[in-house]
Design a binder for this molecule. Structure first.
Ligand code: PLP
Length: 392
């Protein structure tokens, strides 16, 4: 067995898995445990797992839906849930979706993001390229690699407002592309995509016959104007949207999201998903109906994140930390001051009990930045602000 204790040679492990490094946040978790064991009082701005309470009405709906026997949930989901999702999409983005044919509930959005390439990519065809963006959430790229797709990453640079440069992609590349992943509002940069960018990408998808897969996990965490959805430009091209209750309704532990797409894509997902078995449990679906039908708790959630931003941003600015992106989402994307690498800078903060993510965790183009996830309580943010004031 190798020294790491992982991937023993006697087992035939997928070469893709072998080539996949540890999920970078594992490193943060290890550091957190080490410091906590040493009695260091930590403020954890690392992982984007909301700490806010899930609204009581949603929790009650889940408890009330628990029956003596719960059978297998169907991959197509409860019709009432699909209707609630369609209703929310109509109210929020002004789009008309057929709940029976254009929506499928998912077990959170991560599994659906990971699995999309399995459903859509023919690994033996010339059109097997999946484009993702970096710095970014690693799941689309990993899912594509496991599906035998080729993967190329487009950098998100501050000079281009953290949007991929669509002009930098040549026609030959577009022609080989099966899926283009975008994620706006973006993790980790907090940037949003203007409607004309979404429309242009959508038109390109029609011209070159690929799918725009839009990961929209953060559309509801905004502070100025509500961000757009790629659903708004679906009539101009081939678009699939992935959304989730995880961040909107602080429901990461429930695992509830959806894919909205054209009929053919949704039919393919409905054909594929029973083999995987990732339909949300029926009691989670019942709670999700309540969540999608209510905006009050979402407004309250936004105001909590707004208050935490208001505690931290003035101190960071006062200390000369440049704020990049950070228009929406629960993240602040900040420039590393001085000449240190982002990992060195984060390691320095750790010694003061502050856990943050180095930008390099999210990809090469993330170097030079660090990410604060606004998950600690407002009081903890105040304590961290005092520490920043002292040490930066
Ligand atoms: C960009 C992005 N997309 C998708 C997800 C997945 O969220 P979930 O599987 O909880 O819906 C996350 C979670 O952190 C994320 O950051």
């Amino acid at each position: 067995m190798p020294a790491s204790g992982q991937n023993p040679d006697i087992v035939n492990i997928s070469p893709v898995l072998r080539a996949t490094g540890a999920y970078p946040f594992v490193k943060l978790e290890q550091a957190r445990r080490r410091l906590a064991a040493d009695g260091v009082e930590l403020v954890d701005f690392g992982k984007g797992d909301p700490m806010e309470a899930t609204d009581a009405a949603i929790r009650q709906a889940l408890a009330g839906a628990l029956e003596e026997r719960m059978g297998y949930p169907l991959a197509e989901g409860l019709p009432e849930l699909r209707e609630a999702i369609a209703g929310w999409c109509a109210r929020r983005f002004g789009v008309d979706l057929d709940p029976d044919k254009e929506i499928v509930p998912t077990y959170g959005s991560k599994e659906a993001i990971f699995l999309l390439a399995q459903v859509l990519v023919d690994r033996d065809s010339d059109k097997r390229l999946v484009l993702t963006t970096e710095p970014g959430y690693p799941v689309p790229e990993r899912g594509a690699a496991f599906a035998g797709a080729d993967v190329a990453q487009l950098p998100l640079l501050e000079t281009n407002a953290f949007l991929p440069d669509l002009d930098a992609v040549d026609v030959d590349t577009w022609e080989r592309t099966a899926i283009v992943w975008i994620n706006y509002p973006n993790n980790p940069t907090g940037a949003v995509a203007p409607l004309d960018f979404l429309a242009r990408l959508s038109r390109l998808s029609r011209e070159h016959d690929f799918l725009v897969a839009a990961d929209e996990a953060y559309t509801e965490l905004w502070f100025e104007d509500p961000p757009h959805s790629a659903l708004e430009v679906r009539s101009e091209g081939n678009v699939a949207v992935f959304n989730t209750l995880s961040k909107r309704s602080s429901m990461t532990g429930y695992r509830s999201g959806f894919v909205a797409a054209d009929e053919e894509i949704v039919a393919a997902l409905k054909q594929f998903r029973p083999s995987v078995g990732t339909a949300p449990q029926e009691f989670v679906q019942r709670a999700s109906i309540v969540a999608w039908n209510d905006e009050d708790h979402v407004e309250r959630t936004r105001s909590i994140y707004r208050r935490k931003r208001d505690v931290l941003l003035p101190v960071l600015r006062k200390k000369g930390i440049r704020v990049a992106g950070s228009v929406a989402t629960m993240y602040l994307w900040l420039e590393v001051p001085g000449a240190e690498s982002s990992e060195e800078f984060a390691a320095g903060l750790l010694e003061h009990g502050l856990i943050v993510s180095p930008g390099s965790f999210f990809g090469t183009a993330g170097e030079g930045y660090w990410r604060l996830a606004l998950v600690p309580s407002e009081d903890e943010c105040r304590r961290a602000a005092a520490i920043f004031d002292e040490i930066l």
